[in-house]
Design a protein around this ligand. Structure first.
Ligand code: FAD
Length: 325
């Protein structure tokens, strides 16, 4: 029951101010957020590479409210690419982006999109064009250093726009990845559409508060959907990225990959920084490609609250750390 309450709080400005100022917050946030600056995260990337792990780097932030913030997000990722260049890790260090941080969530007057009020209704709401214009240079810069970008999946209202941007980017950068969420009814169809040669798709359970009209609410139903989608991706010609910490789903993925005749480098596992870290190393030692989603930056609130919602024990730990400070 706590999960949905925490997810609702993740979008409240009042809660954001309260949580950010609470004593003990920094200590708990530090478990999931690798640092505040790119200088702090680069040694973590080096350390991960030394352990045979790969990374996908996320500059935290979402649902920005001004165009300046959208440009700042683009610049933060371009700066990250500059730092990655020196490491020479190629696609072993890729990036994940949330389009709502690149301007997708901004209202954008129809006039600027479609030639005035008499033009056709916009196909996508908000700052779709702005997000595409902002993310393109990041994808270009990533390709120039031999790596890639994956578009994270946010709440269901943003997904048509995300998939359209993904398709547009893939015309020039076919290796651009995207994320699909098992809890959504639409996702089996999306998986079929995205399972062709050259496509890179991360499958996750889904981390947002979604209504019963669009998403499974029951954990067992979500797990069953995840397996159905895994089967589609493994049987396809694309490159599945299995984003989960769930031991059962990891075992099922291994079995499905084996049955599909996939070699160890024809799919990969992905987990979040700070969660089941010993499992990251164990899977890599078994010869699997294991990528750690490593989030850093100062706008950590939304990301942090989703991590609390996934495991209520995290909330208890958080509350305890506030009391004992
Ligand atoms: P669960 O059943 O939730 O967890 C299995 C076990 O993992 C738990 O029993 C626990 O031991 C451990 N665990 C899981 N979460 C936590 C936690 N927060 N703290 C401590 N232990 C935990 N969601 C999106 O909606 N869009 C995205 O773009 C997206 N990208 C992701 C990228 C990666 C690499 C990963 C791993 C997840 C991503 N997610 C994303 C989040 C995802 O949707 C789930 O919310 C999250 O992964 C928890 O689901 P699970 O598969 O790990 O299974």
């Amino acid at each position: 029951m706590l999960g949905p309450v925490i997810l609702a709080a993740s979008r409240s400005d009042r809660m954001r101010r309260f949580v950010s100022a609470a004593p003990g917050t920094k200590q708990v946030v530090g478990r999931f957020i690798a640092g505040e600056t790119v200088e702090q995260v680069i040694p973590i990337v080096r350390d991960a590479a030394g352990k045979g792990l790969e990374v996908t780097l996320d500059v935290v932030g979402e649902d920005i409210t001004t165009r300046e913030q959208a440009f700042a997000a683009r610049d933060a990722y371009l700066d990250l690419v500059e730092h990655l260049k020196g490491l020479g890790l190629g696609e072993r260090a890729e990036m994940s982006v949330k389009l709502s941080m690149f301007g997708q969530s901004l209202p954008s007057p129809a006039a600027t999109l479609n030639g005035g009020p008499s033009g056709p209704a916009p196909q996508f709401p908000g700052g779709h064009e702005l997000a595409l214009a902002n993310v393109r240079p990041v994808v270009e810069a990533a390709a120039a250093i031999g790596t890639t970008v994956t578009l994270d999946a946010e709440d269901h209202t943003t997904l048509d726009s995300m998939f359209a941007i993904h398709e547009e980017l893939r015309k020039d950068f076919p290796q651009t990845g995207c994320v699909i969420q098992a809890y959504l009814f639409r996702t089996e169809d999306d998986a079929r559409r995205l399972s062709g040669a050259g496509s890179r798709v991360r499958i996750v359970k889904g981390a947002y508060k979604e209504p019963a009209g669009v998403a499974f609410q029951d954990k067992a139903e979500i797990d069953k959907a995840y397996v159905r989608i895994l089967k589609i991706l493994m049987a396809g010609d694309g490159y599945p990225m299995i984003g989960s910490h769930d031991p059962r789903l990891i075992a099922i993925s291994q079995e499905l990959a084996r049955r599909a005749g996939r070699k160890l480098d024809e799919y990969e596992f992905q987990m979040l920084y700070g969660i089941r870290s010993e499992e990251h190393v164990r899977l890599a030692a078994e010869g699997h490609r294991m990528r750690v989603y490593t989030a850093y930056g100062t706008d950590w609130y939304g990301y942090f609250m989703r991590r609390l919602a996934e495991k209520p024990a995290n909330l208890l730990f958080f509350v305890r750390s506030m009391i004992t400070k």
